[in-house]
Design a protein around this ligand. Structure first.
Ligand SMILES: Nc1ncnc2c1ncn2[C@@H]1O[C@H](COP(=O)(O)OP(=O)(O)OP(=O)(O)O)[C@@H](O)[C@H]1O
Length: 906
């Protein structure tokens, strides 16, 4: 196969950061034997490279168009290579420059989607392979996956327990999905062969990432190949029972796909119901998000398929109008920062644990003093790692084309809105099915992330890794002056996005962090503890300052059609930071209208956050054994893009860089603030605990203390293979804990709406779970009130319940203000509150968030609470949500937020 030549790819890398349309092509296949045997005739003809006409106009009395123009049309004699070269290559290979790419085929059954996509996938990988070979100084690790969506369930086609679905028993062609699986496997095996240079390459389920690394920067992007399948056979075959259900799912997915494309084609200021089907959730980024997208619509030329073909062409016409906003993913160290903070939290908690398990005198004092010294030595504010984003934001890079990175993502919150029937929706009714497969290469590698406990237990290794990261940042920081030759590589996966990072080898310098505690026997005094805490606080403040620095020096966003020469600058400023669900929650896409929406288990699976570091040889050695959590990463980039997309629907689109950055920084700030708050409170609690309980330790209290340490935040590395399921489980656990701990409804609502299944959510969720578990244990202590009184803290089960009651009263009052009479009545009816019954609002307020087992109830509760309290301006909301900001808070400002919850929950 002919490979891409010379610097063609390099040229291609000079794209991105632009607003562009989906590249839409149409491919006509030849009449097949069946059609010929039935004397079917070909009615479609490509009259030039862009126009397809329907020749048999006489037979149609309708107003159907005679000709269709697309970016490219291919006649039945066009080989797949030509289709690839002219309709997919440029988009697909954007990935080498860190731009996400999606290629997907759309068309009726047997129109040639798989035929086309197989070839395109192969050509793409060959070209990438060629590129990799020409850049031997870089390291690439790729992975493949194949999946399908059927009946709104995402299935890993390659998992060992995969049982091929018997979907469409077709005597002529066999079972469609079986055939697909077989073909997909063949493709994957071939691709794997092509990529055998990559030691340890394994086929893993659900991986969709491709990434690479060059000397000066980190590249992270993915390319997706999506093979949708036609569904008209399904709709014919499925008529009753299970089959009918399958049919309705199919229709739902394809109808939603049609609706999404139609709405996107009409502009960005409309609600796009991505969440109405898994298919559209998964394709969300491909349809108008942070990806360059090419759609190849395949049609049969046969007269007997005219209607299907027209449906396909109508879809293609709409898709043509859809704009995407792919951009180079600039290296972001936010995730590293979060990771670091996470570790820091672990360390602090570990200290707390130490405090809790030791007597309040002697050892504790020594430990505290020792920790103080450690903190002083670490000088957090000068931690070079934390400066990384700044360096990347302001320093030119040696190779702008490869100055790319990953994004922090979240699945956006988006409410389903009742779909209004639109005739145009029906153009998809027989066009495609939700069956869906992807074949995507991505990078794999070992995951040395030690996990929460690992931080404590495997301190040396972990610390070495931290130091490597630090040196790595230093290297990046100094990249403009000299390009150090890396000899090791570290890798991070950010919610399914990966980055490779070269790091220097060498001795660590911050060994003081792990130096043995100095043993001193002093009495623990409040002053000492305060001193210790103040140090910690200072440390957090320093972190906050660093983050603020990241915020500040952003130049104006680049123009959409920036010249390649300017891209280095644009990339520097294109901080493709987290456009999380927070954004969509806080911006216009949030609509707290009641919904009986898809439950959260429909949240697409997302990648897990991983951290990879170590030398290349180590990585390679580990490949064979690395048990990578692939399911979790499948949709991560999709969710990433989902977030991107949601942002694009608001005004931020005109200033995407700045807004994105700000949002992410806000989230990081919030996270830092949250950590600070939690740490402080836990620290204080422990102090109180220690002082009040000296001599009162019971089994229960010991258990509480132990629980802190033995219930570690589960790092993504340890996430189960199916993150969506795990997310759902954790979510239910949190909901339960909220109820047990009498947590503020507003807090529950915010949390519930903000964290929708993105891999990065796991961090927050785990912290939340720990917090609540701690609280639950605390509450369950028999002598709790005594302790609380001694500690002068307004934190008892009773006080939490009181606060919750007050909050319900507040919500009750809000109902008249925030809900119209009609809305109220509608809600009352839905909540089985008689319209003639007394104290309807009180009844409703009392019911909110009470049924922790019923997700519909939870969703509606969240909707109602969100509507009742209104949503403050995003940054404020977030800061308040996590209570702390280092900037003074306006006392006068009324807030129904975390602050309320902190009074009740911690
Ligand atoms: N452009 C083409 N030239 C020659 N043969 C083709 C072409 N396109 C498709 N075919 C043949 O048509 C048949 C159906 O193609 P294919 O399986 O790719 O369709 P499909 O759209 O993927 O169908 P399904 O939706 O059922 O998966 C295959 O035998 C394939 O080899």
């Amino acid at each position: 196969m002919e490979s891409i030549v010379g610097d063609e790819l390099d040229k291609m890398s000079e794209v991105g950061g632009q607003d562009e349309r989906i590249l839409v092509s149409v491919r006509l296949r030849p009449l097949n034997t069946k059609e010929i045997s039935k004397n079917d005739v070909s009615d479609w003809e490509c009259i030039n490279d862009n126009t397809l006409i329907y020749r048999n106009t006489l037979s149609e009395r309708s107003m159907n168009p005679h000709g269709y123009t697309f970016d490219r049309v291919f006649g039945s004699d066009s080989p797949t290579k030509t289709v690839y070269d002219e309709a997919a290559k440029e988009v697909a290979l954007s990935v080498v420059s860190g731009i996400n790419a999606s290629i997907f085929a759309y068309g009726q059954t047997s129109s040639g989607k798989t035929f086309t996509m197989s070839g395109i996938t192969e050509y793409t990988v060959e070209d990438i392979y060629d590129y990799v070979q020409r850049h031997v100084e870089r390291t690439f690790v790729l992975k493949f996956s194949a999946m399908e969506i059927y009946n709104e369930a995402v299935r890993d086609l390659l998992s060992t327990d995969h049982t091929p679905l018997r979907l469409l028993d077709d005597p002529e062609r066999g079972t469609v999905v079986d055939r697909l699986t077989e073909e997909t496997l063949t493709d994957l095996n071939h691709l794997k062969e092509l990529l055998s240079f990559c030691e340890g390459n394994t086929i893993e389920s659900s991986a969709r990432e491709f990434m690479g690394k060059d000397n000066s920067s980190t590249l992270a992007a993915s390319v997706d190949f999506v093979d949708l399948a036609g569904s008209e056979r399904a709709s014919q075959a499925l008529s009753a029972g299970t089959r009918l259900k399958e049919g309705s799912h199919i229709n739902r997915s394809l109808l939603t796909l049609g609706t999404v494309v139609r709405k996107l084609s009409k502009g960005r200021n409309v609600h796009v119901p991505y969440r109405d089907s898994k298919l559209t959730r998964i394709l969300q980024s491909s349809l108008g998000g942070n990806a360059r997208t090419a759609i190849i619509c395949t049609i049969s030329p046969a007269r007997s398929h005219t209607e299907q073909s027209r449906n396909t062409l109508l879809f293609a016409s709409c898709a043509k109008e859809v704009a995407t906003n792919a951009h180079v993913n600039v290296v972001m160290s936010d995730k590293a920062l979060v990771k670091h903070l996470q570790r820091e939290l672990a360390r602090l908690e570990s200290e707390l644990k130490g405090l809790g398990s030791s007597s309040p005198t002697g050892d504790s004092a020594a430990l505290l003093r020792e920790k103080d010294l450690q903190i002083e030595k670490v000088e957090f504010n000068k931690h070079p790692k934390l400066l990384a984003p700044i360096a990347l934001a302001v320093e030119p890079v040696s190779d702008p084309h490869l100055d790319v990175g990953f994004e922090s993502t979240s699945i956006p919150h988006s409410y389903n809105e009742p779909r209004t029937e639109n005739p145009e929706d029906h153009f998809l009714i027989d066009g495609s099915s939700p069956r869906f497969s992807t074949i995507s290469p991505r990078f794999v590698g070992p995951d040395p992330y030690k996990g929460w406990e690992g931080i404590k237990q495997g301190g040396e290794d972990d610390f070495e890794e931290l130091c490597k990261d630090v040196r790595c940042i230093e290297l990046e920081d100094s990249s403009t002056n000299s390009i150090a030759e890396p000899d090791a590589i570290t890798r991070e996966e950010d919610e399914g996005m990966f980055s490779l990072r070269f790091i220097e080898d060498g001795p660590t310098t911050d060994q003081t962090l792990l130096s043995a505690p100095r043993k001193e026997d002093e009495k623990l005094t409040k002053r000492q503890v305060k001193f210790t805490y103040d140090n910690m606080e200072q440390k957090f403040q320093d972190e906050q300052k660093t983050i603020n620095c990241v915020n500040s020096p952003l130049p104006d966003p680049p123009s959409r059609w920036q010249e390649p020469e300017d891209l280095s600058m644009s990339r520097k400023t294109m901080l493709a930071k987290s456009r999380s669900c927070r954004a969509s929650l806080m911006n216009g896409s949030f609509s707290p209208s009641p919904r009986k929406a898809e439950k959260n288990h429909n949240t697409p699976p997302s990648g897990s956050e991983k951290d990879f570091s170590g030398k290349l040889r180590d990585i390679q050695r580990k490949f064979a054994t690395s048990n990578y959590d692939s399911n979790t990463s499948l949709l991560s980039r999709q969710s990433s893009r989902t977030s991107e997309r949601s942002d694009l629907t608001d005004d931020s689109r005109t200033h995407p860089v700045r807004t994105s950055s700000q949002e992410d920084d806000t989230s990081i700030q919030s996270f830092v603030a949250g950590l600070k708050k939690r740490t402080k409170i836990q620290y204080e609690n422990k102090l109180v605990d220690n002082q009040a309980q000296a001599g009162l330790k019971t089994d229960g209290s010991e258990k509480t203390v132990k629980g802190l340490g033995s219930d570690p935040v589960r790092v993504p590395h340890e996430m189960p293979s199916s993150w969506p399921l795990e997310f759902e489980r954790q979510q239910m656990e949190l909901i339960e804990l909220w109820q047990i701990c009498h947590v503020s409804l507003v807090h529950r609502t915010y949390f519930f709406l903000l964290f929708k299944g993105d891999p990065s959510d796991s961090v927050y969720m785990q912290v939340e779970r720990r917090r609540l578990s701690f609280l639950k244990d605390l509450y369950s202590q028999r002598n709790f009130d005594k302790i609380a009184v001694k500690g002068s803290r307004d934190l008892t089960p009773a006080s939490s319940m009181r606060a919750l009651r007050r909050e319900r009263e507040m919500l009750c009052k809000q109902m008249n203000k925030k809900l119209s009479v009609e809305e109220r009545e509608r809600i009352f009816l839905r909540w089985s509150i008689g319209l003639k019954s007394k104290q309807r609002r009180v009844q409703l307020a009392r019911l909110l968030w009470t049924d922790t087992k019923d997700m519909d109830h939870v969703i509606e509760s969240a909707d109602i609470v969100a509507k009742l309290v209104g949503l403050p301006e995003p940054s404020l909301a977030l800061k308040e949500m996590f209570t702390l900001s280092f900037t003074p808070q306006k006392k006068s400002r009324r807030s129904y937020s975390w602050r309320g919850s902190s009074a009740t929950a911690i």
